[in-house]
Structures are given as C-alpha cells and as structure tokens.
Write a protein that binds this ligand. Sequence first.
Ligand code: NCD
Ligand code: ZN
Length: 346
Amino acid sequence: MPTTLTIKQPDDWHLHLRDGDMLKSVLPDTARHFARAIIMPNLVPPVVRAADAVAYRERIMAALPAGSTFEPLMTLYLTEASSADDIAAAADSGLIRAVKLYPAGATTNSDSGVKDITRVTDVLERMAEIGLPLCVHGEVTDPDIDIFDREAVFIESVLEPLRSRIPGLRVVMEHVTTSDGVDYVKSGGDNLAATLTTHHLMINRNHIFKGGIRPHYFCLPIAKRQSHQLALREAATSGDKSFFLGTDSAPHLDGAKESACGCAGVYNAPNTLSCLAHVFEEEGRLDNLESFASLNGPAFYGLAPNVNTVTLEKRSEPVEYAASVQTAEGPVTVFDPECALHWHVS
Ligand code: NCD
Ligand code: ZN
C-alpha cells in the first residue's frame, strides 16, 4: 500500500454554501481542497433567474479567502415558472453549468420546486438541445411512500419516464443512496451519471439511531441499510466514469439540527478528502480515487481536469480537524466518521 498519493486537484459536484455569515464561515473549508464546485441554488429565496446567479456568484467571490482561485460553478433552481430562454442564455454565457430539479417538498428549501414534471417539458427539451445537465434530487415526495423507498420509486415513476421522453437530456442523479440507483446509472448510457456523497460511503442507517437519535447523521436522501452502502462504495471505488464526488456538504446551525424537528444535511467539507482516502484504502482501490474525485466529474460536464495536484499522505498520527465550525450565529457540527483518519492533505 502506498503512503502518499498525488492526484489532480478534486472538484465537488454538489455543494451547499448558503449565504451571508454562514457562507463566509464554510467557504474556506471547501476552497482549501477543491478547485471548483457545483453550487446548489436552494437559498431562501432560491436562485431561479440568471440575475440571481450573477448576484450569488458575486457574494461567493467576495467571501473567498484572499488569494484563493476556487471557482464556483453556478446552477439555477428549476421552478414551474422557469423560462427556457433565460436558462439557455445563462448557459450560453458560461454563467451556469447545470439546472437543479427539486421535487417540491423533497428536502431543505425545496418548496418552490417542481410539483408536476410535465409542466417543465419545454425547459428540459431546450436543455437537451444545448447539452445543459439537469441535476436531480431523486426522491418522490408522496407521504405514503416509505422514506427508505423514495429513491427507488422516483427512478421508476419519474426519472425513467422522463428520460424515455427526452433521451438527449443529460442527467446527474445526485447523492445516490441505493443499489437501485447504482444499477440504474450503470445501465443508463452516456447521458446519465451520479454523484455520491462522502457520508453515504461511510455510514448507513444504523448510525442515525446508534444509542439514540443522532441528528448530525440525518440528511436527505436518508442513509439506507448496509447492503446499499456497500453498493455505493463499490460504485465509487470502481473507477466507473459514471460516478463522481458530490459531497452534498450541507451546513446547518447545530440548533436547527438538534431540535424536535431537526433539519436534513451533513457538513463534511473539512474532512472529506481524508474520509475518501480512508474509504478507498479500505476497499483496496486507492488507485481509483483520482477518477472519482478529480476526473469523472469534469469529463461528464465537458470541462478539463484541474492542472494543479494535491498530495495525500498517510501518517501514523490522526488528522486533526475541529469538531465544529463557528459562525456568527453559532456552531455547525462537522461530519464525524467515527474513526481516526490518517490521510493528511498537504
Ligand atoms: C440539503 C440542504 O440542507 O440544503 N440537505 C440534505 O440533507 N442533503 C438539501 C439536499 O441536498 O437535499
Ligand atoms: Zn444537497
């Protein structure tokens, strides 16, 4: 086993940076390790029009640490009132790299999302024409469907019919959490890919309930049983170009998570690379870490991989990272993988 690994600098293909004080507090943790990230648009109110993305991008650039070359890749939030022309112009100018589909009510700040996918057909057809990817939160919202089945039901009842209607649409199934999702993506051809999060590779649903309710492991889609976790680990570490990193790092104030109705999201930006090296080493696939974290994502998005490299070094002393990040409004707990991490990013 090697003890150092140099890879092209990674990108994060699914990231929540929030806004205001929270943005200022969390952005350095991503900018430290990642060259680029696809920025989720689920602010309140959401980033719907091109002008919203211009303004949000400016706030992100203003919050970057001095000297950072981090590049935010902007997205727009799809609503039933979205304009195909506005989206196409934003893509044409290079402002946005993707559009995000939230089924209304599926997750944090998704109330303005899409209730009926057939009402956005004109937008999706235009996206297929111009090759603009659709990032999909792939869960149905029907309260009668068991929360652990919502991804599998979404594939069958929404995604497959949509992709049959518009086969040219490029789709990223985000934060896939089931073997159903992995199998669907493997058989989906060149227009379909998936992101996998750091935490879904390291935890399964047992972690959420170990000795009590553990709100910092609650995210959406919710972690599934271990057999699904193992399928995700196999997909991530296989080198298959359809799978790449989207951390879904999603900071919330501790007070909002440690509550009678705690919100969904795991904040993993500070220790993601150390976690990933740990997982890939456990799977005996360190040689595929670069594909997953640095190569497959840009290839799907039609971008060149980064030129810079990062080196990971395995040392006997564990990686030290703060248990929480301080913001002006309070602490945000960092993802705890419940094991010592030994891969240091230099
Ligand atoms: C995300 C958030 O907090 O914005 N939460 C989460 O649990 N993943 C939203 C999302 O990506 O679903
Ligand atoms: Zn997310």
